[in-house]
Design a protein around this ligand. Structure first.
Ligand SMILES: Nc1nc2c(ncn2[C@@H]2O[C@H](COP(=O)(O)OP(=O)(O)O)[C@@H](O)[C@H]2O)c(=O)[nH]1
Ligand SMILES: [Mg+2]
Length: 241
């Protein structure tokens, strides 16, 4: 049964939520990742696709994910917490970029394996944001990644493909690449995105907010800041209902 789509969240709410991002931890290997019971949203893409710039723009924190001119450098999974009043209700995971030619082959293969097992086994993974440079389109490595996550996407894992640096495309080029990648993204959403022009920014924020908030909050996640249960009040007036 298909439930009607909920109304989109106010973009101000979605962006305000993303702006709460703060560094949580860095994990050089999968076994170093903390077990979490809040929804996790992973950012993946080729080196130089604009992933760090995208994360920094969405979270409005210009050094959260290091945008760099030396691609292939980030070799760990970095987690960032999201949520108001210090309460973590979701986590962003910044995965190492792939496909950078100068990275030694053994290191490349190791990272492909780490990434694949992360995407296949991370229990609280709720959605994947795949960033692609639309001038390259979906590359072979992007396709491999989509194949890796396809079984989970069929079971409800969310997918958003962001075609980055859209400011470099004409309107016609943008429309064309959008229609091609929509066919390739089987079941995922696809949007044009430009950090430079802030194109598609709020819409991406709304999609991520929706992913993180469509299930009722888990009691365990909300516990740290929930008020202690007070003593029963015998003198309270009976409820008028
Ligand atoms: N024109 C343009 N360039 C961008 C945009 N986003 C990123 N870039 C550039 O693309 C290059 C790679 O960006 P970066 O975020 O480091 O990519 P990453 O390797 O995927 O993390 C940098 O030179 C950025 O300045 C964008 O929206 N528009
Ligand atoms: Mg980067």
């Amino acid at each position: 049964m298909n439930l009607p789509a909920p109304p989109p969240v106010d973009p101000k709410v979605a962006m305000g939520w993303l702006h709460t991002a703060r560094f949580l931890t860095t994990a050089p290997q999968l076994q170093h990742l903390p077990e979490l019971d809040v929804p996790e949203i992973a950012f993946v893409g080729r080196s130089n696709a604009g992933k760090s710039t995208c994360i920094n723009t969405l979270t409005q924190q210009h050094r959260l994910a290091f945008a760099s001119k030396t691609p292939g450098r980030t070799q760990s999974i970095n987690l960032f917490s999201l949520g108001k009043q210090g309460l973590t209700d979701a986590v962003l995971a910044d995965l190492p970029g792939y496909g950078y030619a100068a990275v030694p082959k053994a290191a490349k293969l190791r990272w492909q394996q780490v990434m694949a097992s992360y995407l296949q086994t991370r229990i609280n993974l709720k959605g994947v944001v795949l960033m692609c440079d639309p001038r390259l389109g979906m590359t072979e490595l992007d396709e491999i990644l989509l194949d890796v996550i396809r079984p989970r996407v069929e079971q409800g894992l969310k997918l958003l493909v962001l075609l980055t640096k859209a400011d470099k495309l004409t309107r016609a080029e943008g429309a064309k690449v959008l229609s091609i990648v929509r066919l390739q993204a089987g079941g995922g959403e696809v949007r044009l995105f430009s950090a430079l022009k802030r194109q598609g920014l709020e819409e991406a924020g709304q999609i991520l907010w929706q992913w993180a908030h469509e299930d009722p909050p888990r009691a365990a996640a909300a516990r740290p800041l929930a008020p202690e249960p007070g003593p029963e009040h015998d003198d309270e007036p009976p409820a008028l209902d």
